[in-house]
Design a protein around this ligand. Structure first.
Ligand SMILES: Cc1cc2nc3c(=O)[nH]c(=O)nc-3n(C[C@H](O)[C@H](O)[C@H](O)COP(=O)(O)O)c2cc1C
Length: 142
């Protein structure tokens, strides 16, 4: 089985792939534009092969944050009612204020921003990510 890992924006065609695993972070309650573009551009191919989706979002596992992020993700995906992922998961992400874009850095300066004065963190749960990834071949029918 051949596996290719590519940024969504680099994918020209899905013709050579039997299945798709897409990962995308949530930013300000939304999926990034390149993820939206990928879904719109490859709609036909994505309906013809199994798709698994994961999103990275909340920065820790508190129940409220997880539920809020899951609601954001569900709302974003509701724009694609034709998309029927065989697996869909939300994982805790990481945060590094030194790597933010100019625009996001500006946002964190606002006292009202949830990221205001937030220190760097990486609470990704690699055991959970590995467990999910290990189950994918079966769920994708590979
Ligand atoms: C400016 C900014 C906005 C964010 N907004 C949200 C959000 O609305 N919901 C959420 O669950 N996580 C949010 N996050 C957390 C990111 O999804 C998390 O940091 C993720 O791991 C980023 O992935 P990346 O480093 O691959 O871009 C935000 C992070 C940043 C920096």
């Amino acid at each position: 089985m051949q596996v290719a890992i590519q940024p969504v924006g680099d994918v020209q065609t899905l013709a050579d792939y039997r299945a798709v695993v897409m990962g995308a972070p949530l930013y300000i309650g939304k999926l990034r534009k390149d993820a939206h573009r990928f879904l719109a551009q490859h709609r036909e191919a994505l309906t013809q092969r199994p798709v698994a989706l994961f999103a990275l979002g909340p920065l820790d596992t508190d129940e409220e944050g997880m539920q809020g992020a899951r609601a954001e993700l569900d709302k974003e995906l509701a724009q694609y009612p034709w998309l029927k992922p065989v697996a869909l998961e939300l994982f805790v992400g990481k945060y590094d204020p030194s790597k933010l874009s100019f625009f996001h850095k500006l946002l964190t300066k606002l006292p009202a921003s949830p990221l205001h004065n937030l220190p760097a963190s990486d609470n990704r749960d690699w055991d959970a990510i590995r467990a999910w990834a290990n189950g994918l071949t079966a769920r994708l029918g590979l």
